[in-house]
Design a protein around this ligand. Structure first.
Ligand SMILES: [Zn+2]
Ligand SMILES: [Zn+2]
Length: 170
């Protein structure tokens, strides 16, 4: 098993590198850096000015034989939700995380690159957790807590709780 990281849109290489290092400390699998990936044009919803995450996930699944994580600057959504920070289906191959709503500036707060990077890494760990079969978890602080708002992300930490660790087989 290995994980390839790709990017869609404008993502700084230093951000990819930061996430790669963080994921490497959490998961026992090789992590490769891939190329830019193009979101299929059918994923763009011009009425919402957002991309439908499910369509991008399907395209990633088609193009990669093993696990793949896409980090995108595009704002993404899934049916019945106004937006998502990230998306992955349980025990699938592909995960996607959007940086669009992770920057404090999005909330009219002062820029904070460290906070931005923290949020991104938490969401990436969370989505890879789903890819590896984990469901949402209610244990306080567990990285598998659902993130419906930016506060939810800030209130959890980078770690899997004990039960999630066991489910992961770590
Ligand atoms: Zn989730
Ligand atoms: Zn947990």
């Amino acid at each position: 098993m290995q994980l390839t990281m790709v990017y869609i849109g404008k993502i700084e290489p230093s951000l990819i590198d930061h996430v790669k290092k963080g994921l490497r400390s959490k998961f026992k699998m090789p992590i490769l850096i891939g190329n830019e990936f193009s979101a299929p044009s059918s994923s763009f919803n011009k009425f919402r000015n957002q991309y439908e995450a499910d369509i991008i996930l399907n395209e990633l699944e088609k193009n990669f034989d093993d696990k793949v994580l896409a980090i995108t600057s595009h704002d993404i959504y899934t049916q019945r939700l106004n937006y998502v920070f990230g998306l992955a289906k349980s025990k699938s191959k592909a995960a996607i995380v959007s940086t669009a709503r992770l920057d404090p500036k999005f909330y009219k707060q002062p820029g904070d690159i460290e906070l931005f990077k923290e949020r991104l890494l938490k969401e990436c760990i969370h989505e890879i957790g789903h890819v590896l079969g984990l469901q949402h978890c209610k244990e306080k602080g567990c990285v598998m807590n659902p993130s419906n708002s930016i506060r939810d992300i800030d209130n959890k930490n980078f770690d899997f709780c004990h039960m999630c660790q066991i489910s992961l087989g770590n």
